[in-house]
Design a protein around this ligand. Structure first.
Ligand code: ARG
Length: 564
């Protein structure tokens, strides 16, 4: 919070370098009760160095502080070993609301990035397989992180590292040649390709020669065989069409779709470099890099010469640095791949790439259903697109029940329905496992996306009803009832800073929930539209709340309808 800084600066000037400004800042507390002021400084540490009782120090210091109260603080009061500081609420409110009025949706912008680039590896589903809950988590966390980084002055490059290469495509081609038809794949690509893949594995149990056929087809694919390539490309295009439906619903775009296959011709140089550096070792015919950071060596080439997932990621990391010269390269991928990214980073460090330091795995937990991992069990596929459609339908039904005359019902149902799914994910610290529940997601009371969206729509409707015109009139809000809303508005920039430090959008989700709660309480207690001298100031506050809620929702990847 800004005022913590201000308070610690005032204190620093009074204590002759006994503590640094940062040390003081860390010591400052928020008192439990309102009558104890807004900020409290404990004098116990000073007491040790000064060899004086804390209460005596508090007394002396607060009278010195008192003699130089400025616009932000009203008074300082020694209580035991603490100095309680009382803000000048009226001035603070005025200053804050003016700041928001001027900056609008740029309130909270930070220039931490100075236009440097961050690459974000996100979503990255596997071709010919259903888009899983894990990929959804990666998509929404990654998308929100990119919005947060941009707000902090970074340039971001969102990369969808599609899983579009590997031996499984040889098997898929084999299965398609044996049992597939064009019509079926066209009609329901993902389901049909998955069914073929499953059938392959079942059949291979009694007909082991199928495995060899699969390997042969993959070899032909790797050698550029026209038929193999054509089928592979078709499977990929059909899958992408399906994935794009999901991205469209969520309003998410990527800067690059360079998937694993993109690196086919970029791996030999990496293997050569590893060999030249002398870090590549032979292990039972396979090529590996031994690492001390993790017990398991990183497998670079199988004994049959085939490259691996890790080899492609090494090539991709190098390519990304050369292409985008990132200062940081994020990988939003489930925590089951922690070892993999540890290895990638360690191998790149062994290759003496200084940028290896910027490689950052941003892991997350699982999505659970009834306490169990949501998996794509054989044949029984939970298609994510259906989840989104169900959520949208439920949102539409809610609107129909509560506000049937609403204009653009369909569009708003999409904003609310997809927003509910996204928010449900982002409100949890990303490492936590999440229980999936459509009913929970859509509740308008509770910690949900629709609740925040609804609060914002309520604020906007007040602004409309009050015929509020955003002029530059004096804002004078003396009452204590505004204070909880003011203090929430104030911590928005700091919340963004903490979210970027921890790569954690949940801090923003929790923030918009807190601001919504504070605002709804205020709304319940105060007659905002009452025609008195403070009406305009109150509407200015409400308007500010809606600016900040909308911006907070935007950073999470949610839309903010002005009516719902
Ligand atoms: N396709 C992989 C999977 O579904 C995720 C890829 C993540 N990104 C990466 N650069 N390895 O498990």
């Amino acid at each position: 919070m800004e005022y913590v800084k201000l308070y610690s600066e005032l204190l620093t000037a009074e204590i002759d370098g006994l503590l640094t400004c940062n040390e003081i800042e860390r010591l400052i507390e928020k008192p439990k009760f309102l009558h104890q002021g807004d900020l409290a400084f404990p004098c116990f540490q000073l007491a040790k160095t000064m060899r004086k009782p804390p209460a005596e120090i508090a007394k002396g210091l607060s009278s010195r502080l008192q003699s130089q109260v400025d616009g932000s603080f009203n008074r300082f009061e020694p209580v035991g070993g603490y100095i309680n500081a009382f803000l000048n609420k009226q001035n603070v409110a005025k200053e804050l609301l003016n700041e928001i009025r001027q900056k609008k949706n740029h309130y909270g912008d930070l220039n931490l990035g100075e236009s440097q680039t961050i690459t974000i590896d996100l979503s990255s589903p596997n071709i010919a397989k259903p888009f899983s809950m894990g990929h959804l988590r990666s998509t929404v966390i990654g998308n929100s992180l990119s919005l947060i980084y941009e707000k902090c002055g970074y340039r971001t490059v969102k990369i969808n590292h599609l899983g579009d290469w590997g031996t499984q495509f040889g098997k898929l081609i084999t299965a398609y040649k044996l049992w597939g038809t064009e019509e079926k794949v066209k009609a329901e690509p993902i389901q049909e390709l998955l069914a073929l893949y499953i059938k392959f594995h079942q059949a291979a149990e009694s007909q082991p020669q199928l495995e060899q056929e699969g390997r042969d087809w993959f070899r032909r694919l790797e050698n550029g065989d026209a038929e193999a390539l054509e089928l592979w490309k078709w499977f990929k295009d059909e899958s992408l069409k399906e994935f794009k439906k999901i991205y469209d619903l969520m309003g998410i775009e990527f800067d690059s779709y360079a998937g694993e296959a993109f690196y086919n011709d970029k791996m030999e140089p990496i293997v050569k470099m590893l060999r030249e550096k002398g870090v590549l070792e032979d292990s039972d015919g396979a090529q590996v890099v031994k690492l001390d950071e993790s017990e398991a060596p990183c497998l670079i080439k199988k004994s049959d010469g085939a490259t691996l997932y890790a080899t492609r990621d090494l090539a991709a990391a190098k390519y990304r640095f050369e292409e985008y010269s990132f200062v940081k390269s994020l990988y939003v991928v489930g925590n089951e791949q922690t070892l993999h990214f540890k290895q990638i980073k360690a191998v790149l460090a062994k290759m003496d790439f200084p940028w290896a330091n910027g490689i950052t795995h941003v892991p997350f937990g699982m999505m659970l259903k009834d306490g169990k991992k949501m998996s794509t069990r054989k044949g029984k596929v939970v298609l994510l697109e259906n989840v989104l459609q169900d959520s949208i339908q439920l949102a539409e039904k809610n609107i129909e029940d509560k506000n049937p005359s609403l204009a653009n019902k369909k569009d708003i149902a999409v904003m609310v329905g997809t927003g509910a799914v996204v928010f449900h994910d982002l409100k949890n610290f990303r490492m936590n496992d999440i229980e999936f529940s459509l009913e929970e997601m859509l509740k308008v009371e509770g910690e949900t996306g629709p609740y925040v969206q609804y609060t914002n729509a309520r604020a906007q409707s007040l602004v409309r009803k009050g015929a509020f015109a955003d002029g530059d009139g004096e804002v004078n809000l003396a009452a204590d009832s505004e204070w909880p809303v003011i203090t929430e508005l104030q911590v928005f920039p700091d919340t963004i800073k903490r979210a970027i430090e921890k790569n954690d959008p949940s801090l923003i989700a929790k923030y918009v929930l807190n601001l919504s709660q504070a605002f709804n309480k205020y709304y319940g207690e105060v007659k905002i539209l009452e025609d008195d001298a403070e009406k305009d100031a109150r509407l200015q506050l409400v308007h500010s709340v809606s600016i900040v809620l909308e911006e907070g929702l935007r950073l999470l990847g949610l839309k903010a309808p002005n009516e719902m």
